[in-house]
Design a protein. Structure first.
Length: 354
């Protein structure tokens, strides 16, 4: 049961209720552009076919039973489509979606305000849900399980317990770190899905779709060239389409073909694996300063003057997936493939054995 201090008493809830829309805190990209191109239905949501199939069945069953959807958790690296799929689910169910993120729910009244302003059937989307604090989590437990808010208000001796019914809603959580979710919270999600990196073919479709929305002429080869360097991630593919289209307009005749794409991406220092300067600096640093590793994540972040979270959430997942970096109990290590990619000779395996 959540203990709410006097300061967070119910008087404040109505005030919060008047202003219930909370924006995600971590907006480090052009959200207007993202929202314009965000797919709104399953057909335009490319790839993730297993996930789409199971979701379609879940949605149909919920509609047939006339019940609200189970709470869902989507996890995977940033930019793979977790927010987008939540929007698709809402659109398919014909309900509204309220988007917020865990860092915006710092005080108990933030989460209480949102919960109390939800309407029946609505979807509440919480991004970065692994960052929810303990109090907010405890408020969520009975809300998710029994659709109630259990609260104690007032001082200890005069404390009153309140149980407030909530409309039936669906919580969709998104996280880049499923492992950091507390198990009581994780256990309250009926559906847990991991989003996978996209294939080059799927990303080429994303690229063509975005180019069409932006009214940019693109060839099949041009789309593939961008897709290959997009690190398996639609958000990156979309950003690159935009960047490359600037070059196409200014330096060429406006069309993106293979030559234009490769020329632009080389100038942007994005290599054929999709690695940028930060990724290469990370691998180079481990090789040069730590003989290829293993080395701890904090040391890597400090040496690159980067935030640990950026390294863990943005750089590392793709480097691991591409097999350029390895995670060992003693830290991160550059793989033989990583050495090869940078054109650096690997120290002989023999010498490291002694
Ligand atoms: P996440 O929430 O996982 O960080 P988003 O859902 O915000 O990622 O997706 C980032 C961008 O990538 C969106 O603007 C969307 O246009 C695009 N995108 C994501 N998934 C897909 C997909 N399956 N098909 C087409 N575009 C996608």
């Amino acid at each position: 049961m959540a203990i709410i201090s006097d300061d967070d008493g119910l008087e404040n809830v109505s005030r919060v209720k008047k202003n219930p829309v909370v924006k995600p805190e971590t907006i480090e990209y052009d959200t207007t552009f993202e929202n314009t191109i965000r797919p709104k239905d399953f057909d335009s949501y490319i790839g993730q076919s297993a996930l789409k199939e199971t979701l379609k069945i879940t949605l149909e069953a919920a509609k047939k039973r006339g019940k609200s959807l189970d709470h869902m958790l989507f996890y995977g690296p940033p930019g793979l489509g977790k927010t987008t799929i939540a929007g698709v689910v809402a659109a398919q169910m014909g309900v509204d979606i309220r988007i917020t993120s865990a860092p915006a729910l710092e005080r108990p009244r933030d989460i209480i305000g949102i919960l109390m302003s939800l309407k029946g059937g609505e979807i509440l989307f919480i991004d970065e849900i692994h960052r929810l604090n303990k109090v907010a989590e405890e408020i969520l437990y009975p809300a998710m399980e029994d659709f109630t808010l259990d609260m104690t208000t007032g001082k200890v001796q005069t404390a009153k317990t309140l149980r407030i019914p909530l409309p039936k809603f669906t919580l969709i959580g998104a996280t880049t770190k499923a492992g950091e979710l507390s198990s009581p919270l994780r256990d309250r999600f009926g559906i847990i899905n991991r989003l996978e990196f996209y294939t080059t073919e799927e990303l080429a479709q994303v690229v063509k779709r975005t180019a069409k929305i932006l009214e940019i002429d693109i060839t099949e080869e041009g789309a593939k060239a961008i897709a290959k360097r997009s690190r398996g991630t639609p958000r990156i593919a979309n950003r690159l389409v935009k960047r490359v289209s600037d070059f196409a307009i200014v330096k060429f005749d406006g069309q993106i073909n293979e030559e234009v794409a490769n020329y632009s991406l080389n100038l942007l220092k994005i290599d054929e694996f999709g690695l940028d300067n930060t990724d290469r600096a990370l691998l180079n640093m481990i090789i040069e300063k730590y003989d290829g590793g293993p080395v701890g994540i904090e040391t890597i972040a400090a040496a690159l003057s980067e935030d640990v979270r950026t390294i863990e959430d943005v750089c590392e997942p793709y480097l691991l997936q591409a097999g350029l970096l390895q995670r060992t109990p003693r830290g991160r290590k550059v793989s033989p493939e990583g050495y090869r990619h940078l054109g650096i000779k690997m120290p002989s395996e023999q010498t490291s054995l002694f």
